[in-house]
Structure formats: structure tokens, C-alpha cells
Ligand binder design. Structure first.
Ligand code: ADP
Ligand code: MG
Ligand code: ZN
Length: 483
């Protein structure tokens, strides 16, 4: 008898990333999001007869950069093809894409969960144009009808296709986040899932754990949030396992995920699947890139997330956990490195960023670059704590105010009279008052009940409104109690 746990999921992802070019892939129209419908159009991206495509060099630059970042082979000769199908958002009746000869092939992206590394192989990366967008109206007065907006038509895309190396829904999300980080670090895609700049189709199958043979796959289309991706993959894997265990067979088909119901539905089966009749695009020459072009792109590569992570671990001696959080947002990583320029204690800075700062940033949905509490101001706060001007406790208390106002920590501390008290005579005065007030506790302490020490520290701190220099207070109190 087979169990659910005898099976495992197998996933391969196809990601579409909108490129951050100013103009479209085959014409000069703007790519800006959110413009008046059909205002960013011309005969070429409207598919009018006689208009010819001209390849945007920037798109090739970006494809090469991504290929290099993902350790791909860059094909010196690649070919654009026509993918033929009819749909109202596709005015030419075909999409220009790369098919048999894509620009990049056979790379990989390493992903980490905890300290385990897993390599996800990249099958191919190719360039293509996006389709337009249908907008469906359904009003009582007008009845239902659809409109088409060609602003998105011919916006450049890179499609990144992974090998079926992904084993769990969590791994799929980890892979997607890592891939998105790479795109964002390279500044070739903004990674915005809500605006559709980063979209994912997932191919899912299941197999018995003891075999290497892959099962029949289904394809989930246009998943546009990490949470839905994880949920829909988990659902689909379970559905397939249930089906097989009850004697059924998975059929190759496209399914879509219904967010409200949390289930996937069949959209179209393999029989109805398109036969795209690909053929080489006659209006574009094969694309030839030379070593010089590739070298130029390689020189322009920034430090990638995985490299930054390694550096944070080795150079700044951060735990991997800290480094992962900081690196997951390029601006947060920037914030961290700025702050340690002014206050070179990486782990302390990381602690404050991961707790106090991140909490505030998340609450207000603010990005680190825009925080009014700049890295140098955070460093100033940490220096005040380090030299003993204020205690950690006070530092945490004033953090929200510093975060909101952007005022200098030093100034705020002075204004509020929060300076830590390191004046021995003042501290001794307080200690003596406490000793007078609790004679019984003092007696007990002196007769061996040493854990009462904390009680005295607490009382003295309370008396001094948390401002006593804790180290000094401890020393003096110890001396006084020993009598
Ligand atoms: P197609 O062009 O029909 O989509 P591809 O060979 O390009 O087919 O594969 C598309 C995606 O499907 C790739 O990401 C690949 O890893 C994935 N894939 C292929 N076979 C399977 C399988 N049995 N289970 C899960 N994913 C698969
Ligand atoms: Mg596919
Ligand atoms: Zn155009």
C-alpha cells in the first residue's frame, strides 16, 4: 500500500520579468506603467502592416547580464522566432520570442534554506515581447464588453526557465525570491509582482520518491504573489498524489488557481493546447554578440546577492541568518554598510537594524533609503550607548521618536535630560538611600542570599529613572553591600 509520504513534488518554473528599459523591445514607444490606455503605441507595436521591428540593444545588454549572473552559457548567435496564435491582445497574430536558439542556456542559481545549499539549474533565458492587455467591463447599463490596451504590447521580457529541480512549494518561493533579488540587484527589473513585472508559471508533477522518472505535469498560470504560489503548488501536489493513489492519472493540462476557494481548476487540456508553428522571424537578423560585448557586460555587473551574503558572513562576521535578512533587500544592505562605516561594530548594527529599524520600516511601509533616521544617525545613537552616555534601555525607548523625527540622538538625549548618570557621588547617594530603606534585605544578602543583588540593582535603577550607568551602579552597589 502506498502512502502520501511515498510521493514528492517536482517543479520547474517559468518566470517572466519585465525589463527596466525606457523603450519597448522593437520600437521607440515608452514602457512607463500606468499611462492613458493606448497612448504608448505606434504602428510597430500595434502590428500594422508594413511596420518593421528594430531590436533594442538594451534588452540584449540585460539578457547577457542576467545570463552571466546566473552562470549561463551566452550564445554568440541566437534567433528570434514567431510564435503564432490569435488573441485580441496580440495584434500581429504572433509574438516575437526566442525558441530553438535562446540567448542564454544552462546556468544555475544556488538557493539556501537555513544552512543548506541547493542548486537549481536554469534551462534557458530568452528575450521576447509582452502582449497587450484586455480590460473586461461588466455593467448593467452597457452589458459586458472588453477593451484592449496596447501600452503593454512589446514591452521587453526575459523568460527564465528552470529545470525541474524544485522539490517543495517553499523551495519554489525561495528560488523565486532569490531570482527576483538577482534581477533587482542587476537593476534590470523592478520585481513588482502586483504590476505584473515579475510573473511566474509553474509546472508541477509528482513522482514516487524512489524513482527518478518524472510524472506527467500540469501547468499553473500567472501566479502573482508568493503566498498564492506556495498555496497553489501545495494544493496541486496534493491533488495529484490523491489522484494517483485513488487509481487515477494526471493529465497534462493548464490549470489556474482560484484564490478565494484555494483550489486549482482545469483551464485547457493538452488536446486544445496551441501548436504555435514557430519559425524564424524574417524581419530580424539572427542576433550575434561578440566577446567584447559580453566582457563589457561582465565588467558592469554589480555585487550579486549571493556574493554580498558571503562577504557579510566572512568580512563582517555576521551569522548567515543576519546576512540573509540584510541582503534580501538591497537598500537594507546599503543601510547596514553605511551604518558600519560610522559605527564599525557589525553585529551590534545588524541587531538594531533587524529589530528596531525593521519593525518601524515595516509598520510604515518605508524603504531603508527613505528612512529619516539615516545610517549615520543610527550610528550616532549606538555610539552614545557605547560610550555610556545613555543606556541600551533608554536607547530602545527613544528609538521610535528618533525614527519619526530624524533628530540627532545626541540632541534629543540632551533635550530630554536622558543622559546616563556616571557621577559616582550621585549613584552612591541613591545606593545608600536604598540600603537604608531595605534593612531586612540587606541583612539577608549579607548572610548569603546573594540573588537579592538584582533586587537592589532594580530599586536603584528605578530611583534613577533608568539613567544610571549600569556597570558603575553594579560595581558601587557591590562594594557598598559588601560593607
Ligand atoms: P514547454 O515549452 O511545453 O513549456 P519545456 O520543456 O520548455 O516545455 O518545459 C517547461 C518547464 O516545465 C520547465 O521549467 C521544466 O523544468 C518544467 N518541466 C518539464 N517536465 C516537468 C515535469 N515532469 N514536472 C515538473 N516540471 C517539469
Ligand atoms: Mg511552458
Ligand atoms: Zn511602439
Amino acid at each position: 500500500m502506498l502512502n502520501h509520504s511515498d510521493f514528492e513534488g517536482v517543479m520547474g518554473l517559468e518566470v517572466h520579468a519585465h525589463l527596466l528599459t525606457n523603450s519597448k523591445i522593437f520600437c521607440g514607444c515608452s514602457t512607463k506603467f500606468g499611462a492613458e490606455p493606448n497612448s504608448h503605441t505606434c504602428p510597430t507595436c500595434m502590428g500594422l502592416p508594413g511596420a518593421l521591428p528594430v531590436l533594442n540593444k538594451k534588452v540584449v545588454d540585460f539578457a547577457i547580464k542576467l545570463g552571466l549572473a546566473l552562470h549561463c552559457k551566452i550564445n554568440k548567435r541566437s534567433v528570434f522566432a514567431r510564435k503564432n496564435y490569435y488573441y485580441p491582445d496580440l495584434p500581429k497574430g504572433y509574438q516575437i520570442s526566442q525558441y530553438e536558439k535562446p540567448i542564454c542556456e544552462h546556468g544555475y542559481l544556488d538557493i539556501y534554506s537555513n544552512d543548506n545549499k541547493k542548486r537549481i539549474r536554469i534551462l534557458r533565458i530568452h528575450m521576447e515581447e509582452d502582449a497587450g492587455k484586455l480590460v473586461h467591463e461588466n455593467a448593467i447599463e452597457t452589458g459586458s464588453y472588453s477593451m484592449v490596451d496596447y501600452n503593454r504590447s512589446s514591452i521587453p521580457l526575459l523568460e527564465i526557465v528552470s529545470e525541474p529541480d524544485i522539490g517543495t512549494p517553499e523551495e519554489a518561493v525561495t528560488y523565486l525570491k532569490a531570482l527576483r533579488d538577482v534581477l533587482v540587484y542587476l537593476e534590470i527589473c523592478d520585481g513588482n509582482m502586483e504590476e505584473g513585472s515579475f510573473r511566474c508559471d509553474a509546472n508541477v508533477s509528482v513522482k514516487k520518491k524512489d524513482t527518478t522518472e518524472l510524472g506527467t505535469r500540469t501547468e499553473l498560470k500567472n501566479l502573482n504573489s508568493f503566498r498564492f504560489i506556495e498555496r497553489s503548488l501545495a494544493y496541486e501536489i496534493n491533488r495529484q498524489i490523491d489522484l494517483i493513489m485513488s487509481g487515477g492519472q494526471v493529465v497534462q493540462e493548464t490549470r489556474f488557481f482560484n484564490v478565494e476557494e484555494g483550489v486549482t481548476y482545469s483551464m485547457r487540456g493538452k488536446e486544445e493546447a496551441h501548436d504555435y508553428r514557430y519559425f524564424p522571424e524574417p524581419d530580424l537578423l539572427p542576433l550575434v554578440v561578440d566577446d567584447h560585448w559580453i566582457d563589457e557586460m561582465r565588467k558592469g555587473l554589480p555585487e550579486l546577492p549571493s556574493e554580498k551574503l558571503e562577504r557579510f558572513v566572512t568580512e563582517h562576521c555576521l551569522p548567515r541568518y543576519d546576512a540573509e535578512i540584510l541582503v534580501s533587500d538591497r537598500e537594507l544592505a546599503w543601510y547596514f554598510e553605511e551604518a558600519i562605516r560610522f559605527f564599525p561594530e557589525p553585529k551590534t548594527v545588524s541587531n538594531w537594524i533587524m529589530t528596531e529599524l525593521l519593525r518601524e520600516l515595516k509598520d510604515g511601509n518605508v524603504s531603508p533609503k527613505d528612512a529619516v533616521l539615516s545610517p549615520s544617525l543610527l550610528a550616532e545613537l549606538l555610539s552614545l550607548i557605547k560610550v555610556g552616555t545613555i543606556s541600551i534601555k533608554i536607547g530602545k525607548e527613544i528609538f521610535p521618536e528618533l525614527y519619526k523625527s530624524g533628530i540627532s540622538p545626541k540632541l534629543l538625549v540632551e533635550q530630554k535630560g536622558l543622559l546616563q548618570i556616571s557621577d559616582e557621588t550621585v549613584i552612591i547617594e541613591t545606593i545608600d538611600a536604598i540600603i537604608d530603606r531595605f534593612p531586612k534585605e540587606v541583612f539577608d544578602y549579607r548572610h548569603g542570599k546573594e540573588k537579592l543583588f538584582g533586587f537592589f540593582v532594580g530599586q536603584a535603577m528605578k530611583e534613577m529613572k533608568g539613567k544610571a550607568n549600569p556597570k558603575l551602579l553594579n560595581e558601587l552597589l557591590m562594594r557598598r553591600l559588601k560593607g
